[in-house]
Design a protein around this ligand. Sequence first.
Ligand SMILES: *[C@@H]1O[C@H](CO)[C@@H](O)[C@H](O)[C@H]1NC(C)=O
Length: 468
Amino acid sequence: MTLRLFGVTLLAATAVAKEVVVLSTANFSETVGTKLWLIKFYAPWCGHCKRLAPVLDEVAAAAKGDISFGKVDCTIDDRLCTTYGVKGFPMLMVIQAPTRWVYNGRRKKDDLLTLVARMQMPAVRPLQSASDLEQAMEGEMGSPVVFMQGRSAGAADASAATEALAAFDAAAHTLKHTDVFVSAAQPELLRKLMGGTELPTLPFVARLERGEEPRLLTEVATQASIEAFVGTQRVPSFSLADDSNFGTLMNVPKGNGFMPLALLLLDPESTGKDGPLTMDASFEGVGGALRTLSREPALRDQFVFAMACGAEFEEYLKEIYFIDRSTLPRLIVLWKGDYFLGFFTTLRSFFVDTPGEAADAASMRAFLERVASGAEGFGEFEGRAGAPARWWRLAKGYMPQLHTLDWLPRGTFVLPPVLLVIYLLFKLMSAPDAEYYERELAELQGARQQAMAKAAPQVEPLKSKKGN
Ligand SMILES: *[C@@H]1O[C@H](CO)[C@@H](O)[C@H](O)[C@H]1NC(C)=O
């Protein structure tokens, strides 16, 4: 079977079942060479590595094209693993010297097969027609969000333009394992893809998503600016969150940390549908209202937007966020936090609306605005575990300046009561002993005698007069 995609011919049927070969310090470089490899760095004792092993064997056996599979035991070849920057196990890396791509996505068979297929496609897929774009947005090798460079159809451009093309190619090469990049040059096609409006000056970089306005990279296109743009813009403007994309949704960079995720929890039963929640719920009711909010630039720049099935995550919501399914729909904000001096200041912060508040656009907007401005104390959830956060909110009610301490880990807010208890214990343990009281008493008595002695001259003469 010959598959023609984006002008590239993939010979699909010629696949020979592959194996995951053992690589060691001695033979790594010569074996890997400059060919395309997917390599697992692992430790024999690690549980995730054990689970990955049979999956990787299956992937290798089913993989098509010119890619090889290897594994390195980091308990034996630790220097090699250090050289490749291995920090946790297992680490999956695609290597085609001199480039390395670290894969942090899901490690199911299908995900890895998608990775393997993507890695063999050109980093920038040239579009010839609008249906090529459809193709780039669908299927396992596609992505709902696509980054496009509009190029001029003419011959050699000015050198700045040539640099911009090279920058786009380089960024696409670096990020081809996670994102989809395309280019288009015909003016007619470009106009169509950009929604029929006046075309920006060529070349330009735009983010395309079905049903959404194209978003332009406004900075000068350098590899770094394109990579940063992709990093902040890669998630769809509104997603259905599940295990497969949750990590991506939570890891959108923003400033010194990450973008908070505004997550609408919906009970599919309450929307009158059978079965699990689908994207349909984002076109109607409270789901549709949040989707509309997600397009407002002020909110779009502050949050990643998604919805999740409250039935599917019922247990989880109850245990971690103390949210009862009967109180859905609810809007919660999950936030990985910011870095402070290289450390996370908050590992998992979350904000929860009041039950019943998520019912309409106005209250959702008000809630999100409160979160964005810092007026909503984080970790405000119900139940006993929410107590520290509620104290914190109360304290901030009296002293608004305390908002500046919001970056502190949530655990910090149990500190004052803990410190109080420690202080009281300390007081108790260092309680004065009997001798102390005796000394105190002696001192007091001494002081009294002195005082009396001082007072005596005024009293004595009277007495002595009387006595005489
Ligand atoms: C590389 O070396 C290791 C350890 O000596 C050996 O087990 C493995 O088979 C070698 N791999 C290749 C591809 O030669």
